[in-house]
Design a protein around this ligand. Structure first.
Ligand code: G3H
Ligand code: 13P
Ligand code: ZN
Length: 306
């Protein structure tokens, strides 16, 4: 089973009207939490590394993730998240990634199209899938900060033109989500009509970035253990369940795992001040992140699709 391309996983998901989680990793514990949960649920999964993750973990992280993905008993794609340049994508392809995102969504359409085409030509020549983005989500990523007034929903006609002109394999769209733990006040409004309109003209799998649910019990535990976080709000799981029936096939989740990791580590450090064995601190964090991944897989509907 093991290492497959992003498109192998996502084309089946789009047709089957379910979503597949693309979970961000930065270390061994997160990677194992993702893969173990996927294996137990018999679910395909995408393991994503951002440029920030790669800078943090270097080749050691890349090699570990690819090694673990190859050993997995379910289909796994190893994906570059929000690649900022052609060079960054090529480095990942050379290292063995099976999927890359080239994100030029903050540029004008002409530049975005030109840059994506370049990556697509090189990636397709070696059988690697490419994700591109059109429209602008809110929130913070490694190399771009998008404020509320800069957010713009993806237009169906521009999405179609862009995918036709670039030949990208899957398309990230802006439909009301945003990156990070503060996705709005109350329940963030997801533009389901827009997803459906885009899905009519773009048959490729669609991608929802900024899809974390920001579980309020985890936020409460983080705060109770001394963490400071205000107005943390995520995407309602009913919106995700609905979106996967409308054309969304790849669902990105990072914040939920970050919150969970930090809540558990804080609890252990607070409740057992005598503890200094890293395994007794990181191990329980891994277990809890695995539980969160399993819950997400259930919401996405990808269990037993491996
Ligand atoms: O969308 C961005 C991901 O959450 C990765 O974040 O660039 O801080 O690793 P990062
Ligand atoms: P969240 O911040 O909602 O987890 O989104 C992560 C993401 O989109 C990674 O590309
Ligand atoms: Zn993202």
């Amino acid at each position: 089973m093991s290492l497959v391309t992003g498109l192998d996983i996502l084309s089946v998901a789009r047709k089957g009207k379910y979503g597949v989680g693309a979970f961000n990793t930065n270390d061994m514990e997160i990677t194992q939490a993702i893969l173990e949960a996927a294996e137990e649920a018999h679910s395909p999964v995408i393991v994503s590394l951002s440029e920030g993750a790669i800078k943090y973990g270097g080749d050691a992280l890349i090699d570990m993730v690819i090694h673990e993905a190859k050993q997995a008993t379910v289909p796994v794609a190893v994906h570059l998240d929000h690649g900022s340049s052609y060079e960054s994508c090529m480095r990942c392809i050379r290292a063995g990634f099976t999927s890359v995102m080239i994100d030029k969504s903050h540029e004008d359409e002409e530049t975005n199209t030109r840059e994506v085409k370049r990556v697509v030509e090189a990636a397709h020549a070696v059988g690697v899938s490419v994700e591109a983005e059109i429209g602008r989500l809110g929130g913070i990523e490694e190399h771009v900060v998008v404020t509320e007034d800069q957010v713009s929903l993806t237009e169906p006609s521009e999405a179609k033109r862009f995918i036709d002109n670039t030949d990208a394999d899957f398309l990230a769209i802006a439909i009301g989500t945003s990156h990070g733990a503060n996705k709005g006040k109350g329940r963030p409004f997801i533009h389901h009509d827009r997803i459906k309109e885009i899905a009519v003209v773009v048959p490729q799998p669609l991608v929802m970035h900024g899809a974390s649910g920001v579980p309020q019990d985890i936020v409460a535990r983080l705060i109770a253990a001394g963490g400071k976080i205000e107005g943390a709000v995520g995407i309602h799981e009913d919106d995700v369940r609905k979106a996967v029936t409308e054309g969304i096939a790849k669902i990105n989740t990072d914040t939920d795992l970050r919150l969970t990791f930090t809540a558990v580590v804080r609890e252990i450090l607070m409740n057992t001040p005598e503890q200094f064995d890293p395994r007794k601190i990181l191990g329980p964090a891994r277990t809890e992140m695995k539980r969160i991944v399993a819950e997400r897989i259930d919401v996405f509907g990808s269990a037993n699709k491996a």
